[in-house]
Write a protein that binds this ligand. Structure first.
Ligand code: FE2
Ligand code: FE2
Length: 210
């Protein structure tokens, strides 16, 4: 995204991203599919728990609570889908240390409200948009059962982007565009700069395994 945040097309998840995923990340992900699937399963659990945390933080926002309750259930269904796919492919579920992406993005979030609520909604929108983009990039390069799952998930995460983005704009009609510009820049750096581990939201690997 190079334009002014104020003229974003909110329907397009990719329009919120400041930089596209590098082709090298897609190659790394396909080279390390078990690692990617394990992190993907963790991301779906985290997406559900992030939605629940927002519901606890802002119980007075009943529209948000209702939307996030549905979203959390959907993320848990995604978790079940990816773990079934892992079992079918005989990919073990092993404990992984988290990558830098969520932790560094969370560090950029304001610590007090009302700025915090806006930041949490915008980071939610950015994470969902990046997920939608990457599912869409991976789907055509995967074997049939995973290709179908990833194409479906690209559509679901694009919907989640729209949901978070809509609540963010409603929460702060004047402030959202400027905050988005800062957070989207940070997100794009984390998703594109060389990384030390392959994760669903990592950058491409600094050194590709031989
Ligand atoms: Fe999901
Ligand atoms: Fe999602």
């Amino acid at each position: 995204m190079n334009g002014t945040p104020g003229i974003l097309a909110p329907e397009s998840a990719a329009s919120i991203l400041r930089a596209p995923t590098p082709a090298a990340w897609v190659d790394d992900a396909l080279d390390q599919l078990p690692e990617l699937l394990q992190d993907h399963a963790n991301c779906e659990k985290k997406a559900a728990s992030t939605a629940l945390a927002l519901m606890f933080a802002y119980p007075e926002d009943r529209a948000l609570g209702a939307a996030l309750s549905r979203l959390a259930r959907e993320e848990l269904r995604h978790f079940e889908q990816v773990t079934r796919a892992m079992a079918a492919l005989e990919v073990p579920y092993v404990r992984q240390r988290p990558g830098r992406y969520a932790q560094r993005l969370r560090a950029a979030v304001a610590t007090s409200d009302p700025a915090r609520k806006l930041d949490l909604l915008l980071t939610g929108a950015l994470i969902e948009a990046r997920s939608a983009e990457r599912f869409g990039l991976l789907a055509p390069r995967l074997p049939p059962p995973l290709a179908r799952l990833y194409a479906d998930l690209a559509g679901a995460e694009a919907r989640h982007f729209t949901l978070y983005f809509g609540f963010a704009r409603d929460a702060a009609p004047r402030e959202w565009a400027m905050r988005l510009a800062a957070l989207a820049l940070q997100e794009a750096q984390l998703a594109t700069e060389p990384d030390v581990v392959l994760r669903f939201h990592s950058g491409p690997l600094r050194v590709r395994p031989g």
